[in-house]
Ligand binder design. Sequence first.
Ligand code: AP5
Ligand code: MG
Ligand code: ZN
Length: 216
Amino acid sequence: MGFNIILLGPPGAGKGTQAKLLIKRYRIPQISTGDILRTAVKEQTRSGVRAKEFMDKGALVPDDLVIEIIKDRLSMPDSTAGFILDGFPRTVAQADALAIMLKSDDKSIDHVISITVDNEELVQRVIGRLTCRGCGRGYHLRFDPPVEKGVCNACGSELYQRDDDKEETMRARLLTYESQTAPLIQYYSTLGLLRPVDGLGSIHDINESLAQVLER
Ligand code: AP5
Ligand code: MG
Ligand code: ZN
């Protein structure tokens, strides 16, 4: 039973929400390229400045940039017992690069969890989302509100709305997903790694289904 996990799914499917629960359950790190990129944008690093224009349009950041980010991140010692990749890979080129990276470390992917949710629900989830500035946890104005308005339950930091969570940008992200990322479903299915999970239902119930899949 290995815990090298990829969470695959469209924007708003619940990748981040579920990753935050899984890292507590299995004590392995969440590696989110979206979170790493948002930090780089905020700190105005060279990659952040380069990534921002793509993120604002709902397009993917160039492969070379995110592959470099993942290479650095996976070389840190905390991922030896496993890891949850949230939002990476997102293209076939990224998936190929990941396989090569892992192979050179004698590692491989154990499960690719594909979370499915219909597009209208995805839009509702994303336009109502609030994100914590401190720990990155997501909330939802209606579906998962914080105990205290505007404040993270987990770490007490301020909640904000992501720049790309406007309806128009979200629609562009959905199209990007369909054209560039959805082909990975077939890619990992062919490798026998795909574990489809229905992303509709309560956050808790979905987490239980994920755990069942991972511990099977
Ligand atoms: P990224 O940050 O990865 O965003 P995303 O894939 O668009 O996904 P989201 O974070 O929007 O959704 P999620 O699935 O995590 O949903 P969440 O759990 O928050 O990427 C952002 C950008 O960075 C990309 O557009 C791209 O430009 C760039 N990028 C990142 N990685 C890249 C890569 N590898 N290559 C190239 N570019 C890259 O949930 C959403 C909302 O729903 C929350 O409000 C939550 O509370 C609520 N919710 C969750 N579960 C439920 C439920 N079961 N019922 C009701 N509500 C729920
Ligand atoms: Mg996310
Ligand atoms: Zn927080």
